[in-house]
Write a protein that binds this ligand. Structure first.
Ligand SMILES: [Zn+2]
Length: 275
């Protein structure tokens, strides 16, 4: 009885210590239960699993193109505008797949499926998707998701042992919590606040990097059009609502001056989409 009480108070202490309030880059209060190291570990392990499942593109031009857009968005001077703590090197992998999808994971890992390039048709539009995904990482949305509800237990277990060793069910849940719902077949979309926050951050990253922010609006219009046939995987966790498009339109007045300044300072990425 006493031992149990002691154990329980230990757990509660851990949770209380872990629950220090954080603020997202846009100033929103967040409850995060996992350390940056734990999130990096979950991100790295999830990325390994995806790499095992998928086929990497061997098209040198496509790889160079996606890498070029990623390099511009994750340049230290660009990331520091949103999150001064970001100094990591980002890893980018292109997967050969019809999936219209992309993701970014804690620890700096980006996956882009070649199917996305049919919908994100220009470097600026591709930057809109990748900037949005990087926004989820910079704002710790994966940490928020796995700190929540029924995911917490799985997260706590998995943070202590390797993802692979702790049961497929839990690791799939965690991957869904990190934004990989379409890949593991568990739809666990980020919340509307998180989506809208990633849109804001993604737009800033684009503009600072010298990509035309108006392409974010076009991109989501393309997504909406593409949903007429087989809906793009990206849309299963990212509804392309009129609300999103309206918000991105109204944010242009903030983003355009940042974009123009980037151009004036000579930041204009020269990424060329393959034919
Ligand atoms: Zn999103």
């Amino acid at each position: 009885m006493r031992a149990e009480g002691k154990l329980l108070s230990g757990v509660i202490m851990t949770l209380l210590v872990g629950c220090a309030t954080h603020q997202s880059p846009t100033g929103r209060d967040q409850m995060l239960m996992f350390s940056a190291d734990q999130m990096r570990e979950l991100g790295a392990q999830s990325f390994e699993k995806i790499k095992q499942q998928e086929t990497r593109s061997t098209d040198a031009r496509v790889n160079a193109y996606v890498q070029c857009v990623a390099d511009a968005l994750t340049a230290p001077g660009v990331l520091a505008q949103v999150d001064p703590g970001q100094v990591e090197r980002w890893e980018v992998v292109v997967f050969e797949s019809k999936q219209v999808n992309a993701f970014a994971l804690p620890g700096g890992h980006i996956g882009v499926y070649t199917g996305l390039l049919d919908v994100a048709q220009t470097p600026d539009q591709l930057a809109a998707v990748m900037g949005h995904e990087i926004g989820h990482v910079l704002a710790d949305h994966g940490n928020e998701q796995v700190s929540r509800g029924q995911l917490t237990n799985a997260g706590l277990q998995i943070a202590q042992v390797a993802l692979g060793a702790s049961g497929t069910e839990n690791s799939d849940l965690i991957m869904a919590g990190l934004g990989l719902g379409a890949q593991v077949g568990i739809m666990l979309p980020f919340g509307r606040q998180q989506e809208s926050e990633s849109d804001v951050i993604g737009l800033s990253l684009m503009a600072y990097a010298g990509f035309d922010p108006s392409a974010a609006v076009t991109l989501w219009q393309n997504m909406a059009k593409a949903s007429g046939g087989a809906p793009p995987e990206f849309l299963s966790t990212h509804p392309s609502s009129q609300t999103r498009i309206s918000q991105l339109s109204s944010l242009q007045s903030d983003a355009v001056p940042i974009y123009q300044k980037a151009l004036a300072q000579g930041r204009k990425p020269t990424c060329k989409a393959p034919d």
